[in-house]
Design a protein around this ligand. Structure first.
Ligand SMILES: Cc1cc2nc3c(=O)[nH]c(=O)nc-3n(C[C@H](O)[C@H](O)[C@H](O)COP(=O)(O)OP(=O)(O)OC[C@H]3O[C@@H](n4cnc5c(N)ncnc54)[C@H](O)[C@@H]3O)c2cc1C
Length: 390
């Protein structure tokens, strides 16, 4: 049964008062690449940050999901990080960013400079706990029914509420790692770690570790773990395809992956995994892994048992740990009360806007889930939002 906003807020933070409602034009949920890009374009088109547009972010620091990534990850390790729009004005560019420093520190610093330079006034740490439209279950006395959305935010000092004509959800995927339904996950007695839980390769030195997944994160883990003295086994569902960067094969696969994402988003289906579907760039790391003999892929195992995995042809592979680098789902729990159609595993989104709830935009969702996709989404959405706002 759906709970009212008051009940939901009480469950999260029982003793805090709900302050008055702030009227605004746009609330942006998330200050990663997608949220910041949208905020930048809206401000450039005339909205006032902190007045007409409020950016809310849960992270304790700047950097979006990057602030949480593991320390060995460097800028350019996975793919290119595209500069945010207008970033050259800050004198910074990811093109010339240091490669000897954790990417999380670099991105944190660059986003911080960006937010300050453009005065984006991001509110953090602040978590959006619910978004509702007046027609849904909002029940408190002070909510006059108006078109738009009611957004409830939990902060360290209490609960804030915004009444907003438009909501841009740019909440990313980092806290929703996807783990495939594999038999025996509950009987395996070793350690199981997802990408957001991974911290240091040295923790696995001397251990037998299965890395599952066919994306660039999986390759990074194989590299770090094998260099740190772990014995790695690499399992993927499909045969990975390596492509020289800039090659037709790499471009074709990237375009096909974006198209698959777009089709699923439009149909409201669960978004397909990007991991492995874009092809793997043949980088120095790949050659290093080949040289070390750590790039021998096995087909996905059939099941886990207490002390390892059993392959489809019945071979027992002893394991101390399994590292699931198997992609992510969109983080959308805070939109539950909008009661959108989720019957096909996702929510229907057409050109970045919810089909069920016009005025709810999803930036960085599906086909936009890359730094360049997020940049483009921000520009297109800002134009569309300004038209709607008249
Ligand atoms: C390991 C890894 C490496 C990657 N490397 C690259 C790369 O090199 N190049 C590239 O183009 N892409 C890369 N990507 C994809 C990359 O994550 C995206 O391109 C981009 O950074 C995502 O930006 P975003 O704004 O959509 O999401 P995020 O960066 O995840 O930002 C979402 C923000 O929303 C906030 N948030 C979430 N829920 C709430 C809530 N309820 N209330 C308030 N705030 C909330 C979060 O705290 C977060 O700050 C990588 C992904 C992974 C997993």
């Amino acid at each position: 049964m759906r709970r009212s906003i008051r009940e939901r807020a009480d469950a999260v933070f029982p003793s805090l008062p709900i302050d008055g409602i702030t009227d605004t034009k746009v609330v942006i949920i998330g200050a990663g690449q997608a949220g910041l890009s949208t905020a930048y374009h809206l401000v450039r088109l005339g909205l006032r940050p902190g007045v007409d547009v409020h950016v809310i972010d849960r992270g304790p620091s700047t950097g979006g999901a990057w602030q949480h990534r593991w320390s060995a990850l460097r800028v350019g390790d996975a793919h290119r990080i595209h500069d945010l729009p207008g970033m050259s004005e800050t004198g910074l560019s990811f093109e010339s960013a240091p490669h000897d420093e954790p990417a999380r520190d670099v991105v944190r610093r660059y986003y911080d400079a960006y937010e300050r330079h453009f005065g984006l006034e991001v509110i953090r740490p602040a978590t959006v706990v619910a978004v509702e439209s007046p027609a849904s279950s909002f029940t408190t006395a002070d909510a006059a029914p108006r078109p738009g959305f009611l957004v409830t935010v939990r902060t360290e000092d209490g609960l804030l509420k915004y009444r907003s004509a438009v909501v841009v959800n740019a909440s990313g995927t980092w806290h929703r790692p996807r783990i495939p339904a594999v038999a025996g996950r509950d009987v395996f007695e070793g350690r199981q770690v997802t990408t957001p839980e991974y911290s240091e390769a040295s923790e696995f030195a001397g251990q037998r570790v299965a890395v599952v997944g066919a994306g660039t994160s999986a390759l990074g883990f194989l590299d770090e773990l094998s260099a740190a003295g772990a014995h790695t086994e690499w399992f993927t569902r499909r045969e990975p395809v390596f492509a020289d960067s800039g090659s037709d094969l790499g471009r074709d696969r990237a375009l096909a992956a974006v198209q698959r994402q777009d089709e699923a988003a439009k149909a409201g289906r669960r978004l397909p995994s990007i991991a492995g579907s874009t092809g793997l760039p043949r980088t120095a790391r790949v050659r290093r892994l080949e040289g070390r003999g750590a790039l021998r892929r096995r087909p996905m195992f059939a099941r886990l048992v207490s002390d390892g995995a059993v392959t489809t042809d019945g071979i027992h592979v002893p394991l101390d740990a399994v590292l699931w680098a198997t992609g992510f789902d969109a983080e959308l729990d805070h939109l539950d009360q909008l009661a959108m159609d989720t019957s096909r595993g996702g929510i229907p989104v057409y050109d970045g806007e919810s089909v069920d709830k016009p005025g709810l935009f999803l930036a960085g969702y599906g086909p936009q889930a890359s730094t360049i996709g997020a940049n483009r989404a921000g520009r297109a959405m800002a134009k569309e939002i300004m038209t709607r706002l008249g």
